[in-house]
Design a protein around this ligand. Structure first.
Ligand code: EPU
Length: 303
């Protein structure tokens, strides 16, 4: 039997939550990418564990795509299973200043709900459109804060379907990375926030959001910052002073607002984006002597 015939058997309601040949462009903020062999909205821990074991048994690649906000998918698509976590895997519980949140929960929603509860620590996150799981793996951040700073522990799943709880230190948070990629899936986390005044927290959150809309593009399709900042500098600033703002390859263009954003202006392909990435890297290396490393995740390029 082929894995595609076996897959519906491990999913409850496969007619509702499983699709074959799903275009990934519609699941990414870039709006770029071909089809995934299968797309599943996984709604329980048990189903996720069954999928982990399925992935091991059939040796089929599985990608947890989160909310697709930091993802560049190959024009040829992804030969494997793309997963979005919903329901039981996207829950939020608040107990005093301790917050338990599922990996599928949206980061902007978390920021908003916490401000209403008078809990401080994630005001920076309103403008980061990813999922909690993606924010954990990437240690997403802005305005001097990173998501890992408020995390006390992270629950992850192994390929065997076993759940394990990692402490903050075991998660190995660093600038825009963590050690969480080593597991089949990040399931959720516990956060410790600080009690504070609702109005002060809300004003701070809105102020960060305003700064974002003033300094970063938001109308056009993009995947957030394309490059990591080199130590002590801003990739956007380096791209800017290298004269690359507005440079275009195919449908992909360097934002004229912030140099570290590539925009899908006109049906850009993943190839256009990668050609532009390579061009920027070459120019910044030649002009500034600095090698920029990409931050955006790629899917479908290695298999
Ligand atoms: N700058 C320019 N030209 C540009 C862009 C920036 O001169 O085109 C200058 C700015 O004027 C400022 C300095 O460079 O003096 C830093 O710029 P900014 O405050 O925008 O911060 P950044 O270092 O470019 C980082 C994060 C962003 C985050 C902002 C705000 C990375 C790669 N980028 O950008 O995160 O939103 O700080 O805190 O760490 C992301 O991770 O996807 C992302 C967008």
């Amino acid at each position: 039997m082929d894995w595609k015939e076996a897959l519906p058997k491990i999913i409850t309601q496969p007619d509702i939550r499983l699709r074959f040949g799903e275009p990934l462009a519609k699941h990414t903020y870039f709006g770029i990418g071909g089809e995934t062999t299968a797309y599943i909205e996984v709604n329980t821990i048990n189903e996720l564990a069954a999928l982990a074991r399925f992935h091991q048994k059939w040796e089929v690649p599985v990608a947890i795509i989160g909310r697709g906000s930091n993802l560049l998918v190959n024009d040829k698509g992804f030969s494997g299973i793309s997963v979005r976590l919903i329901d039981e895997l996207a829950k939020l519980e608040v107990d005093g200043n301790v917050v338990t949140v599922g990996a599928g929960y949206p980061l902007p929603g978390l920021s908003k709900v916490m401000s209403k509860q008078g809990l401080s620590g994630v005001e920076f996150a309103l403008g980061i459109p990813g999922s909690v799981g993606g924010a954990l793996i990437m240690n997403a951040g802005a305005w001097g804060s990173s998501f890992g700073d408020v995390v006390t522990d992270v629950t992850v799943m192994r390929d065997t379907g076993e759940l394990i709880k990692l402490t903050h230190d075991e998660a190995n948070f660093e600038y825009r990375r963590s050690g969480l990629n080593a597991y089949f899936c990040v399931v959720g986390a516990t956060l410790k926030l600080q009690h504070g005044d609702v109005d002060t927290i809300t004003a701070q959150m809105q102020d960060f959001f305003k700064q974002k809309t003033e300094t970063q593009p938001f109308a056009e399709e993009n995947a957030g910052c394309i490059f990591k900042n080199p130590p002590g500098d801003s990739a956007g600033r380096l791209i800017d002073i290298s004269g690359l703002k507005g440079h275009r390859i195919g449908g992909a263009e360097v934002s004229t607002v912030h140099g570290n954003f590539i925009l899908n202006m006109d049906n850009a392909t993943a190839a256009d984006v990668l050609d532009l990435v390579a061009y920027i890297q070459k120019q910044v290396r030649e002009k500034m002597g600095i090698s920029l490393q990409t931050e955006v995740k790629r899917l479908g390029f290695d298999e």
